[in-house]
Design a protein around this ligand. Sequence first.
Ligand code: FAD
Length: 259
Amino acid sequence: MILIRDKRIKPPKYLVDILRFRDQLSYVRLENGYVKIGALATPWDLSQSILHRDERFAGFRDVWSKFGTMSLRFMATIGGNIATATDFSDYLVLLHVYNASVRLRGVNGERVVPLEKLILERRKPDLKPGEIITEVLFPEPPVGASSAFEKFDRRSILVAGLANSASYIQLEGKRIIDVRISLDTTGLNRIPGRLRELEDYLKGREFSAELIEKAVEEVIPRSVAKYSDWWASGEYRLEMTKVSVKRSLLKACKRLGVV
Ligand SMILES: Cc1cc2nc3c(=O)[nH]c(=O)nc-3n(C[C@H](O)[C@H](O)[C@H](O)COP(=O)(O)OP(=O)(O)OC[C@H]3O[C@@H](n4cnc5c(N)ncnc54)[C@H](O)[C@@H]3O)c2cc1C
């Protein structure tokens, strides 16, 4: 609405209210080795599900605790969060570390698209005319995995975040079996994305706070670019991104009992 008001996008010709499908599309299910979330599930719906009870999904609790206002947590939908497709879409940042995909349905049938392929550019998901997101799905994480989400700004809530990150880590003892890290944006395109160079650096090594410190300091400055605006400089955003990634990795490891 704000974008229409400010004439940054054209008003749509038709407005379709999909909330009438809320009963059918507000679920969270574990099914055939996948976590499946109906596109109309709200942060509140997620908070009432296994996603807030099981440490393998701990990052969902983190997103909830920083998400907008209390009333928004009952109204915002996960499908809308993804379709908004910006660096401010917190669930989108988190879902990247779960290797999530979306199920799209339209008049010509159904398709499943990985999140990394869905977002073509900022505010531009690859949705065909008449197509909507009906479900978000990702493989159920193994035991020994956990996640964390960090959102940093000058205030703690009701902010978009200057440096947001999510981490997913799977350990065997202290050995890093799998690690995935995502940022609100890794470049100037301002869409969430994975930090694969950092993931490759960490995979297979023994976890320690020193390793995280060294890896982040070495890899992030050469693989991340941050924009400057009236709110903060690119240098500041980059510095805080390092802090955010270190914190989210350490928090996920703490949840696995190794810090
Ligand atoms: C005050 C305020 C604070 C906010 N704080 C946060 C925050 O902390 N974190 C955060 O991530 N976001 C935040 N937001 C942004 C927004 O509320 C959320 O991203 C929310 O999840 C969007 O979902 P929605 O259902 O309201 O989508 P809408 O705003 O209704 O829709 C957004 C876009 O997605 C499309 N869309 C919606 N659902 C679907 C679907 N199922 N399939 C295809 N397209 C669809 C719509 O057509 C529209 O283009 C905030 C917004 C406000 C106004």
